[in-house]
Design a protein around this ligand. Sequence first.
Ligand code: SF4
Ligand code: SF4
Length: 372
Amino acid sequence: MLHKLYGKTGINASAIGFGAMRFLDQDNTEQCASLVKYAYDKGITYFDTAPGYGKSEELLGVAFKTMLKERAQRPFTVSSKTFGSDPSSVRRDLETSLTRMGLEYLDFYHMWCILTPEAYAERKRNGALKEFEKLKDEGLIRHICVSSHMTGGDIGTLLEDYPFEGVLLGYSAMNFAYREAALDAAAKAGLGVVAMNPLGGGLIPREPERFDFVRTRPDETVVEGALRFILNDPRITVALVGFSDTHQVDEAVRAAEGFQPLSKEQTGKIRSGLQAAFNELCTGCQYCDQCPQGIPIPRYLDAYNHLLLGDGPQGMINRLKWHWGISLEDNTLDRCNRCGLCETACTQKLPIPDRLATIRDEIAKARLAAKQ
Ligand code: SF4
Ligand code: SF4
């Protein structure tokens, strides 16, 4: 297994992490716990979960019962998260996570899912970060981290505001343009970086022909190619893969074990392949992000990518809801007056107002269906 140093913590993390959010059947405790143990035996030592991933923490706890006996010889690290926006909820969430997993401490504890700079400021103002510091002083957590779906520039600003030790963010061959600024900021500050959704939330393996451009060797699968693109980035510590079965574990481990550094030409080819293969896709460059009506266009266009890639209207709506925090009740798109400024600015010359209208219609349909 390839290992990388996690920021300045001294922890040598496995370059592939176990994302415990995609178990096949959470009611099958034995199957889920043995998948975790299987990954550990294959050399994966970074395990990530959250209280909101169904029974994930309890299932990890079952696997950890055995793994803890071997921890001194084969160290592993555990990461979880809290939405808590005030001291008591941060502490309560941590205590619940520790109990569920049978652990005395967490290696990485994340201020979870910061969707806007305002949301971060509010949690900080309420004392959430001060509570993280107390928990660290008490030895209940080892490292204070943050997870965010904001665009790269906003994440960069957040990392400059507080001395986090690591950051968890979405990054893949599909959406790297959104997050470049965040990776640069994290590298500058010497932070550990965990890339979640390195396989585009499952889109990359589902569309191997479309994503063929990520392969740089004839003997690799599209999944291996996509993971190696992430592994190759010196700014990224861990590629966090949500595993459902042992085949997926094997493929990811193979990507790390057979990894050879990519040349600038090869990574350049992947980046330009994105443009060529997806000239109908939004690349996340954000040149359009100056709507006079305050519409966060890149977020909506990122969700529209999922419609184009075959995820259907529900996939697009899920992306808006779970990735960007835009609910069915949100009426932001009603403000579009088709002034056309965004379309003129778009580097891909995408029909942005038409796409926004489609998204608005799909949201309206889903809202109606939800009420029936
Ligand atoms: S067309 Fe709509 S989304 Fe685009 S800039 Fe004008 S108001 Fe904003
Ligand atoms: S300018 Fe075009 S490609 Fe760039 S983020 Fe906006 S919609 Fe996407």
